[in-house]
Design a binder for this molecule. Structure first.
Ligand code: F6P
Length: 534
């Protein structure tokens, strides 16, 4: 299958993406819509034959079987011997979900209600701090215990009518100091979010936040809650069980924002909007499970990804939300996609013959246009772009801004598609009075090769439901790509070595620490840091 796809790719080099639009039905044929979310992938150099081959690839690599296994609670995270059931967290009315023969849904729904009760109490003031009603909630966590709510809180700002949410993740004291500096400890609630409750950054930040609160609050633990699977550790920290929100090991860190890790979001927007977010995620799950592969949005996104990375060899993908409130989406997707699929070995532990995931990066438009789009349009390397845009903003009085945003988004994908040829550039410059060598040089600077692929994800307005659809869609894209490539998307052994070495290095960076036994390159840098410190 891979060879056939490579051959089809070689054939595609003789045509331009624009040629494919000779087929007037292309926009319709190369798009999918579900519950108001629309994906257009017509601006890629994939024709009907290549798409059929990609679908065959998905079928022959067992995507459907693995999808069934995931939803059936089978332990598809083989290296950790765990089921992968974050979808159960949003299975609001979907019936039982079995893990080891036991229905996990009653527990999921109980936890959701416990979260809602707590969120309501914080929001209406019946849970208060030493100084009265809680005004600010600080989520302390990192990676999957931070990025989901840190992305979603600004995304849903128009729905936020509760206490303000803040996120501290980095072990750099600057993160903690700057965020706490503007808060009143007497009206602040701290959520310590850590699946394991052992993550070094989170535990150090939690301890420092506790000390900060202890200066003004006689019983700081009363203004702390925990989100974790590790009940013994949360108890040891001094947080009573009624304020510990647990989840199970079948929810991976980067897939966890649908449950208690989303508590800061729930407090900010309220339980009803949080449930709408879950409903959006669940609607996408249904589409993913029920739609045939050829009309399946997550499958389409994954196959376009395979075509661009494995088949065409493009190394990166830019995520470009024309939605300022999705400013943290690229960072969120970096963890979701690169921690999931940044692997070199197969499920069987065999070295893979090709790279798995592209590097994901991005920034909201229109800001990116005035920064790195130069390279996207005229750089030698091709960067497939993923645009996201709503048809309408949340500010009716600023509708003219939204129209400008939308037209910019559409203009960018059109510019990438069409480019500008030398003849057009030349007549432009000739009209400005350039002649001879100067005309040629100036025309060449203004040539855009075009033929650069992009996809566009469009929706009416960014609501909790739509955000749920989008995040669930991206999760399933990761799943499909991982299944096709035969890897485990749900472990992350690659983050361990650095953690181990940091522990080993900790004594050396102490002021009186010795560099003995360190690698010579590291020892040199430790000595330099000490010399600079003076
Ligand atoms: O560093 C990787 C990681 O294990 C992520 O997978 C996880 O989301 C993050 O650390 C935080 O882990 P925890 O929730 O256990 O603190």
């Amino acid at each position: 299958m891979w060879d056939q796809l490579k051959a089809l790719h070689a054939k595609s080099q003789d045509r331009k993406i624009t040629d494919l639009f000779a087929d007037e039905a292309r926009s319709e044929a190369f798009s999918v819509e579900t519950d108001g979310l629309y994906l257009d992938y017509s601006k890629t150099n994939i024709d009907a034959q290549a798409y059929a081959a990609l679908i065959e690839l998905a079928q022959s690599t067992g995507v459907e079987k693995r999808r069934e296994a995931m939803f059936a609670g089978e332990k598809i995270n083989e290296t950790e011997d765990r089921a992968v059931l974050h979808t159960a967290l949003r299975n609001l009315d979907g019936g039982p979900v079995l893990v080891d023969g036991e229905d996990v849904m009653p527990g999921v729904l109980d936890t959701l209600e416990k979260m809602a009760d707590f969120a309501n109490a914080v929001r209406d003031g019946s849970f208060a701090g030493a100084g009265g009603k809680i005004t600010d909630v600080v989520n302390i966590g990192i990676g999957g215990s931070d990025l989901g709510p840190a992305m979603a809180v600004p995304a849903l700002a128009p729905f936020a009518d509760g206490p303000r949410a803040h996120f501290i993740s980095n072990v750099d004291g600057a993160d903690l100091a700057d965020k706490l500096a503007v808060l009143d400890p007497k009206t602040t609630l701290v959520l310590v979010a850590s699946k394991t409750f052992t993550t070094m950054e989170t535990m150090m930040n939690a301890k420092s936040a506790f000390d900060w609160m202890a200066k003004e609050v006689s019983e700081p633990a009363t203004q702390f809650a925990a989100i974790s699977t590790a009940m013994e550790e949360t108890a040891a920290f001094g947080i009573p069980a009624e304020r510990v929100f647990g989840f199970q090991d079948w929810v991976g860190g980067r897939y966890s924002m649908w449950g208690p890790i989303g508590l800061s979001l729930m407090i900010a927007v309220g339980p009803d909007d949080f449930k709408d977010f879950l409903r959006g995620g669940q609607a996408m799950d249904r589409h993913f499970v029920e739609a045939p592969l050829a009309d399946n949005m997550a499958v389409a996104l994954a196959l376009v990804g395979i075509w661009h990375h494995q088949i065409s060899g493009y190394g990166t993908r830019a995520v470009l939300p024309y939605e300022q409130r999705l400013l943290r989406l690229p960072a969120y997707l970096q963890q979701l996609e690169m921690e999931s699929n940044g692997k070199s070995v197969s499920l069987e532990g065999k070295e893979l013959s090709q790279t798995v995931g592209p590097i994901v990066w991005g920034e909201p438009g229109t800001n990116g246009q005035h920064a790195f789009y130069q390279l996207i349009h005229q750089g030698k390397q091709v960067v497939p772009c993923e645009f996201l845009v709503g048809a309408q903003g949340h500010e009716p009085e600023l509708d003219h801004h939204h129209k400008a945003l939308l037209s910019n988004c559409l203009a960018q994908s059109e510019a990438l598609l069409l480019g500008r040829d030398y003849e057009t550039a030349k007549s432009m410059m000739a009209a400005k009075g350039f002649e001879g060598d100067a005309l040629e040089a100036n025309a060449m600077q203004r040539v855009f090769s075009g033929n650069r692929p992009s996809t566009t994800l469009m929706y009416k307005t960014l609501t909790p439901f739509v955000l749920g659809q989008i995040i669930s869609l991206y999760e399933h894209r990761v799943f499909v790509e991982g299944a096709i490539l035969g890897i485990n998307s749900y472990d992350q052994w690659g983050v361990e070595l650095g953690k181990e070495l940091a522990v080993k290095l900790a004594p050396a960076v102490e002021d009186d620490g010795s560099t003995e036994g360190l690698h010579v390159a590291t020892a040199a840098l430790v000595k330099k840091a000490k010399a600079l410190k003076g």
